[in-house]
Write a new protein. Structure first.
Length: 207
């Protein structure tokens, strides 16, 4: 069976789903505390689907601002030894290496960050990369695939929990604000919308 390649779906671009949990809203001053990445691939029918997930708990960088309100939302204790957190530079190097491996596997030339309100996740990745002096990123530095915008068009919803439910994807609000959970639900939502529009765009067979 000749399975359609992912590289042909987005003109050589590789969608990679990212979710971050942070200590605030400012990527220049607030800490990156969790990051999860979901790789995507195509199944035997050529439909976009989840591949593997990787995630890391991240140590706040020196001098990072920690907003108590942000920690209340995420439930993260940055000082807990049970987090087994690693420095953000180490987390980024591991993630970027994995993304480059997926780029080679899928024969794509550049990764595009997929996120729900993707500008937020990308801005924290870029800020952390600058602090780590990482100059060559596998991700496009300004283009994103934003599931909040896509959901507004395809489903009439912008909130992740509501959009997933409209797409008949289960969503547990008690598990939300975990980087892994949000990234995987965002991945499922993106695949649902991308596959739906791919079907719409196919030429109809003549009877």
């Amino acid at each position: 069976m000749n399975i359609p390649k992912l590289t042909n779906r987005f003109r050589g671009l590789l969608p990679v789903v990212v979710d971050v949990e942070t200590s605030g809203l400012n990527p220049a001053t607030d800490a990156l505390l969790e990051v999860a990445v979901v790789m995507l691939t195509t199944d035997q029918d050529g439909k976009l689907t989840r591949a593997n997930t990787m995630s890391y708990h991240v140590e706040p960088f020196a001098g990072a601002n920690i907003e108590a309100e942000a920690l209340e939302i995420t439930g993260i204790d940055p000082d807990s030894p049970l987090r087994f957190a690693i420095p953000e530079a180490q987390a980024l190097h591991r993630i970027f290496e994995a993304v480059r491996e997926q780029l080679a596997k899928e024969e794509c030339y550049r990764a595009v960050l997929v996120g729900h309100n993707a500008w937020f996740d990308l801005s924290f990745l870029l800020a952390a990369a600058r602090r780590a002096d990482i100059r060559h990123l596998p991700f496009h530095t300004f283009t994103t695939f934003d599931t909040a915008s896509l959901s507004a068009i395809a489903l009439g919803e912008t909130v992740l929990a509501r959009a997933t439910r409209r797409a008949r994807i289960s969503f547990n609000v008690k598990e939300a604000h975990s980087a892994i959970y949000d990234a995987e639900k965002t991945a499922d939502l993106f695949c649902h919308i991308a596959n739906k529009f791919a079907e719409v765009g196919k030429p109809r067979r003549k009877p």
